[in-house]
Design a protein around this ligand. Sequence first.
Ligand code: MLT
Length: 206
Amino acid sequence: MTQTPPLSFVHRFEPGSDPTRPPILLLHGTGGDENDLLPLGRLIAPGSALLSPRGQVLERGMPRFFRRLSEGVFDEDDIRRRAGELADFIVEARKAYRLAAPIAVGFSNGANIAAAVLLLRPEALDGAVLLRAMAPFRDPSKVDLTGKPVLLISGASDPIAPAETVARLVAALSGAGAAVRREILPSGHQLTEMDVALAKDWLARL
Ligand code: MLT
């Protein structure tokens, strides 16, 4: 394993083996950590450098990327602050590891913070794979995401990310000009092999 410099987030970094592939920013779900999504990253983005930070908020001991007031009710001021901190970390890590702007691959809470970074600091990311994402803001501010590629995969029977909030997120991203591909799988909140196949195929075409 590569020695990681002390940046502002605890993280893991795996260098890429193919310089033509974009770096991937892996963002875990509630209760995960920087180790969680590395196997997924290796599977869906062969050859890419992998950068995987740990969320800095603790909810009953479980790491997350921002505070929530209850299930599905977000502290939007905290999301703004934490999205800014994550975008600053991306800048630091890009300098430390000499990386291009990454594509985020986020699951659940990690997908929600990735969506918030896109909406607040769009220059930080070159695109995103949002797995089981929700709209982070009730009323997102105007942003220009022209041409930014986003793959959004939701589960038709996901009790945590209902269709209404996913639709609002799709509208916010598409309305800002992002090139959104939306897929709805016959699944709940957990990831399936179809998520892996779709994400791998989508990333390979970038
Ligand atoms: C969130 O809080 O970001 C969403 O409810 C997803 C999750 O359970 O982490």
